[in-house]
Write a new protein. Structure first.
Length: 106
């Protein structure tokens, strides 16, 4: 999971993943929205591949990438614990504030 969060730590890679959520893209298509070389885009893609978040297939001279959602699901599950933690804490705070409001009403 460390490699997943490392990969998600970069805005370029997050945008590439978002683009891949819309379907398969070539390396050129993934690099297009950014002011980066194909070599730089390839380095980002290798990080995403290393995290298991995308799969690259070579067809002729063109590299096609597609999203592999399983590592994202694992990260989402891990983060879900903290979502529940903070929701519980905020619900308790809300209850406490309501009780305080009731005490101060005439």
């Amino acid at each position: 999971m460390n490699s997943v969060f490392h990969a998600l730590g970069d805005a370029t890679r997050r945008q590439m993943l978002r683009d891949l959520a819309g379907g398969e893209r070539t390396v050129s298509e993934l690099a297009g929205p950014f002011s980066i070389s194909l070599a730089a885009a390839s380095k980002h893609i290798k990080v995403l591949e290393g995290a298991g978040m995308i799969r690259r297939e070579v067809r002729g001279r063109t590299h096609h990438c597609r999203l592999e959602p399983a590592p994202l699901a694992s990260a989402h599950e891990w983060l879900g614990f903290y979502e529940r933690f903070w929701t519980d804490r905020l619900d308790a705070l809300e209850q406490l504030l309501r009780e305080e409001d009731e005490k101060t009403k005439p």
